[in-house]
Design a protein around this ligand. Sequence first.
Ligand code: HEM
Length: 145
Amino acid sequence: MSVNYIILQGHSGLRWLILLAVLIVIVKSLIGLFARKSYTKIDNILAVSFVGLMHLQLLLGLVLYFISPYVKEAFRDFGLAMGVSELRLWALEHPILMILAVVLAQIGRSKSRRSTDDLRRFRIQVIFFTISLALILIGIPWNRV
Ligand code: HEM
């Protein structure tokens, strides 16, 4: 079992935890927003967990980027690799989409944390985390499962 295989399995499995976490945060934020609830400690823990998992995934992804055989192959001739869909996916498309998803999750978290208005905190989370989720869903290579 290679290091690449172990990290890839971790990176692959972590996606499910991330998807679960972001769905829970979005649904709970929507309920909070429309039922005009207060932003509780649980809401805070859920948001921190989602963003924390995203950072962990980013870290694993960065490690993979340096050891993945696909990325290595792509960097042998980057220009040529851009014409090969699988190499372009791993060397460029997947990382860019996912880094954007992490950035949006982090901005949403920071903005929501700074606000003192509970409804605004929920609204910010719904907006930023939904865009982040959309990018994650687009960036996941579903045909690999
Ligand atoms: C929310 C963030 C992310 C999610 C949900 C995610 C999800 C995935 C999934 C499901 C795979 C396929 C795993 C498999 O084939 O079993 C994968 C592969 C990969 N990811 Fe990510 N990823 C994320 C972020 C990143 C980032 C930020 C990078 C790089 C900077 C990255 C780099 C890679 C690479 C290089 C592979 C392919 C490795 C290989 O097959 O050799 N990922 N990712």
